[in-house]
Design a protein around this ligand. Structure first.
Ligand SMILES: [Zn+2]
Ligand SMILES: [Zn+2]
Length: 350
């Protein structure tokens, strides 16, 4: 058992707007209920870029991003019961929560009343900064560690820990399934998982993307229909069609126009987060008893359910594996939407 703080290689942004560079960061001793994870792959989430560049403010530097972590248990504390050395595991967007509030007790740790502990750019219970998955190792409480089933590669599983659960949770909550019409807005890292999961759940899936450019790939991912939102005809043709519209777009949307696509009692759910506030004419909700909602990742139990579901249905993320020295380049390509669909860092190159 590791009783001392370990120093491990990592890639960090030394300051806001500074490129990421190789460095080392401390990892806490492996506690009674902790596992030490040898990281194999970490996905690059768009929110890594927002946070590394301080787009959301209050960034803690140096910052080691990464909350789509997949690896293998290298060491387990004496009180660990859920995992053994050698188990394939994952870590998502948070590594702790209060475990006492109404949300935590209901398995909704992502909405912990006390805020929980983010995997990176957060502070642990001792006030120490947390460092994420752009690193070779991480120490995490077993209760915030997920099991990655054998049926899925660790590289394609990594992005499920954020992108996968971000789409799975609202699809499950709003009961996407046979007989339901679901639209996914945007076909990036989030959207492509939404299409795969909604299709596997048995829903009729439509992709709404700016142009017709991604039509063939959307159909190959499991979409039944595809429409370009750049064509105003789309909003007329699809008026009142969908039980559920999930927007993965992080640019401001014309919410009224998208609510027009929702049928009576249906919902428009946002999982993308524009930095700017949006306005809405409430008549677009009133006429049709519609719901405008948001959703953020998922709890531990639901994340495990998602991983099991994805393994059963053979749903990994579409990935491009990169070496760690290409992270800054990858950031620029993510911003330019030039990736199909997720960059994953090979941690052996850190
Ligand atoms: Zn993320
Ligand atoms: Zn809580």
């Amino acid at each position: 058992m590791t009783t001392h703080v370990t120093t491990v290689p990592a890639y960090a942004a030394p300051a806001a707007h500074a490129p990421l560079e190789r460095t080392t960061v401390p990892r806490r001793p492996v506690g009674r209920h902790d596992v030490l994870i040898a990281i194999e792959y970490t996905g690059i989430c768009h929110s890594d870029i927002h946070q590394a560049r301080d787009g959301w403010g209050k960034g803690i530097y140096p910052m080691v991003p990464g909350h789509e972590i997949a690896g293998v248990v290298a060491e387990a504390g004496p009180g660990v019961t859920k995992f053994r050395v050698g188990d394939r595991v994952g870590v998502g967007c948070f590594v702790d929560s209060c475990r006492e509030c109404d949300h935590c007790l209901r398995g909704l740790e992502q909405y912990c009343a006390r805020g929980g502990t983010a995997t990176y750019n957060g502070r642990d219970e001792n006030g120490e900064p947390t460092y994420g998955g752009y690193s070779t190792h991480i120490v995490v409480d077993e209760n915030y560690t997920l099991r990655i089933p054998d049926g899925i590669g660790l590289d394609e599983a990594a992005p499920l820990l954020c992108a996968g659960i971000t789409l799975y949770s609202p699809l499950a909550h709003w009961q996407a399934g046979p007989g339901k019409k679901v639209a996914v807005v945007g076909l990036g890292g989030l959207g492509h998982m939404g299409v795969k999961i909604a299709h596997a759940l048995g829903a009729e899936v439509t992709v709404l993307s700016r142009s017709l450019k991604k039509r063939e790939e959307a159909l190959a991912l499991g979409a039944d229909h595809y429409y370009a939102t750049g064509d105003p005809e789309t909003f007329t043709a699809l008026a009142g069609t969908f039980d559920l519209v999930i927007s993965t777009v992080s640019a401001p949307l014309d919410l009224g126009a998208y609510l027009g696509l929702v049928r009576t009692d249906g919902a428009l759910v946002n999982v993308g987060a524009p930095e700017e506030p949006v306005t809405l004419n409430l008549f677009s909700l009133i006429g049709g008893r519609k719901t405008l909602a948001g959703s953020m990742i998922g709890g531990i139990a639901e994340t495990q359910e998602m991983l099991d579901f994805c393994a059963t249905h053979g749903l990994g993320a579409g990935i491009e594996v990169i070496a760690a020295d290409k992270i800054n380049e990858a950031y620029e390509r993510v911003i330019a939407s030039d990736v199909r669909y997720r960059f994953v860092i090979d941690a052996s190159t850190i």
